[in-house]
Design a protein around this ligand. Structure first.
Ligand code: WT7
Length: 656
């Protein structure tokens, strides 16, 4: 992780090569500064210029930013557009036959899909949704494998102004149910199964379970894409086959022109309570963020072969798979499978075979590939690469150096991109033809993004000092609200005590070094980052206490070599403190339980049992002690406020 160590000692600097600078969209530091100055001089004119340049408007906007109901900001709000039209139709005349998507299945089968073909598929499916009664503003839950059809389903929603909510295929029935109810979804789009790493995993059966739990009466139809052909239960007339639904549909579907502020989608993410939040994004502002970041940070060129490895279940897969690359008219790779199947050379093989030029992945993937085959990249021809990207968590300098020298052959800049589900697109990341890189730093904010590190009161902290990462001015791609929960939106992201509620509070701590570089230190709330995925400690705790054996639970993260953070749960059972064999059995039961409650990404790595948890006399669980115990540190902290010091001894035994 980007520890204090790496910030203080990281002296290595990697300026872009002259060759890279020459061809870069933002060419040289002066060009970057010019954009920043433009934004500084007239913030609204800057964003208006970009919105006119990048987006095709059905009805041009005249208002740029409406702050009257802050923090519920509105951008370009008298303009009208359609996001799917911007991603597809506008390319047809000049680029209809250009490959939009190169799809590679888990087993290695390759399909090329042109803009014209993708457009036809999206129109057919949009018409299919309409035939089920889906209307503008309705919510559609998408629970799909990482295949072209997932993008088709998302784009089809955008086309008719339906609001999609994609749920990652690894989430449980309970999570699907919870999200379907919160969103008030009328349709769920899924597949019989998904395939990853040579294994099949249920999707439709999980949706069946979710709906069987009751409460989601809003869901009228389940559309099922036949992928593996597995036998699944069928509920007539609720369930409909994708292929039957699109069979007689026209390959034309007029886009529904929506207001710039019309919600494009909601995406659930973890926060510091047990209840995931439905982050709601706009149409125009979101699209603009996706496009300018691809232009500046990924240095987009029409001949690029872009590959972002993220699943569409996460924000990265929304912005840099389903929308951004298409809006730019680019060609991208979509890969269904896992990086280690059939072996740890799979990513490198895909880069070689499809001549990928811009590659974007997560530190956790890089670390696991180093571990499983640090010398494998050398066996492939990676000469097509010109730019690498990293996202999801701080990248440790060792992984950065390997990525840079072994994968990028010391030729490709690495863009370490800091952003969040809530920000919609990159916020702090190097414009690679302008900024010299430092391993572990996401460098500087994008032009127009007013990022800063402040103290509890919102005052800037001096260089080298840690503080809260904030963004001081509203920006087009930021979340508009939390679905069904505007109060929580205000309190979480615009707390009153920081600059009177005028700053966007990211939830990360950060510091800037003397030279202005940003270094992200990690979350300031009870959110873990496990393999680049956000997980609330409270979410895992509520899952644990829902088990009849469990009386009380506290969950903390501990550093993990590959995942970044591992989940350690301290559990008090009702009546007993299991030991030996019994502890092993209950541990296995509880780990599976959590995976079933939330999804396999939440499965605790370690469980420890105690008669109690370390608490203050007022009954507050002392998490800092638990974090120290989880790391195996000797407790040097003050334990005088502890009600029950003896408990530390018990909980100090490593679990399993
Ligand atoms: C959290 C957001 C953004 C898409 C993927 C994750 C951490 C993200 C970086 C980075 C250090 C990073 C932060 C952030 N994070 N990118 N380049 N360096 N930390 O989206 O699930 O919304 O998680 O991920 O802690 O708050 P997310």
């Amino acid at each position: 992780m980007a520890t204090i160590e790496s910030i203080l000692h990281e002296k290595r600097v990697f300026p872009p090569s002259d060759e890279f600078v020459r061809h870069a969209n933002v060419s040289g530091l002066e060009a970057y500064r010019a954009l920043c100055d433009e934004a500084q001089q007239d913030y609204l004119a800057f964003w208006a210029r970009l919105a006119r340049q990048h987006i095709d408007w059905h009805k041009p906007f005249t208002h740029v930013l409406d702050e009257t109901n802050a923090p519920f900001y509105k951008w370009f709000d008298d303009g009208e557009l359609n996001v799917s039209w911007n991603c597809l139709d506008r390319h047809l005349a000049t680029n209809g036959n250009k490959t939009a998507i190169i799809f590679e299945s888990d087993e290695g089968a390759v399909t090329h899909c042109s803009y014209r073909e993708l457009h036809a598929q999206v129109c057919r499916f949009a018409n299919a949704l309409k035939s089920l009664g889906v209307k503008t503003g309705d919510r559609v839950l998408i629970y799909m494998p990482m295949r072209i059809e997932a993008v088709v389903a998302m784009q089809a929603c955008a086309r008719i102004g339906a609001i999609h909510s994609v749920v990652f295929g690894g989430f449980s029935a309970k999570s699907v149910r919870e999200r379907a109810i919160n969103a008030g979804a009328c349709v769920i789009v899924t597949a019989d199964q998904q395939t990853r790493g040579g294994k099949q995993h249920a999707l439709k059966t999980t949706v069946d379970e979710a709906l069987a739990m009751g409460g989601a009466d809003c869901v009228r139809h389940v559309v099922v894409y036949r992928h593996t052909g597995a036998t699944i239960a069928w509920n007539t007339p609720r369930d409909r086959w994708w292929h039957e639904l699109i069979d007689n549909q026209s390959a034309k579907c007029d886009p529904v022109w929506v207001n710039a502020e019309h919600p494009l989608f909601t995406l659930y993410t973890s926060g510091s309570t047990g209840k995931p939040k439905g982050v709601q994004h706009s149409s125009a502002g979101y699209l603009l963020g996706a496009m300018v970041s691809i232009q500046w940070i990924f240095d987009f060129k029409p001949h690029d072969i872009f590959w972002c490895t993220a699943d569409v279940g996460w924000i990265t897969g929304h912005t840099y798979v389903a929308y951004g690359p298409l809006a730019m008219g680019g060609t991208q790779v979509i890969f269904e499978g896992a990086p280690t199947y059939p072996d740890a050379g799979r990513f490198w093989k895909i880069i070689q075979n499809h001549k990928v030029s811009v590659f974007y992945t997560a530190p956790t993937a890089i670390r696991s590939l180093i571990k499983l085959g640090a010398d494998l990249p050398a066996q492939y021809d990676l000469s097509s690469l010109r730019l690498l990207g990293s996202v999801g968590e701080p990248i440790n300098p060792e992984a950065w150096m390997w990525y840079y020298t072994v994968v990028g052959q010391s030729r490709c800049p690495i863009v370490d991109t800091w952003w969040q589900t809530e920000t919609g697109s990159h916020m702090i990341a190097p414009t690679p033809g302008a900024i010299a890189l430092k391993p572990g730093s996401c460098t500087f904010p994008l032009p127009g993004i007013d990022a800063a590190v402040v103290d509890e009161a919102g005052h800037a902290v001096p260089p080298g000092q840690g503080g809260f990462l904030v963004i001081k001015r509203p920006f087009p791609s930021q979340l508009r609200t939390l679905w069904n929960d505007p109060e929580r939106f205000k309190q979480t992201y615009f707390p009153k005590d920081i600059a009177g509620g005028s700053y966007y509070l990211a939830g990360d701590s950060a510091q800037r070094s003397e030279d202005g570089y940003f270094w992200i230190m990690g979350r300031t709330d009870d959110v873990l980052n496990v393999s680049g995925h956000r997980l609330g400690t409270m979410e895992v705790e509520s899952a644990l206490v829902a088990n009849p054996l469990v009386a009380e639970a506290a969950v903390v993260g501990k550093p993990h070599e590959i995942k970044g953070e591992a989940i350690v749960a301290f559990v008090v059972l009702k009546g007993i403190r299991p030991q030996g064999e019994q502890a092993a059995e209950i541990t296995a039961t509880l780990r599976d339980w959590v995976a079933r409650e939330i999804g396999s990404i939440a499965r605790p790595d370690e469980i420890r049992f105690g008669d109690n948890l370390p608490k203050t006399r007022s009954g507050k669980i002392m998490r800092r002690l638990l974090r120290a115990l989880a790391k195996g540190e000797t407790i040097t902290q003050d334990t005088s406020t502890l009600e029950n010091p003896a408990i530390l001894e018990q909980l100090n035994q490593p679990g399993r």
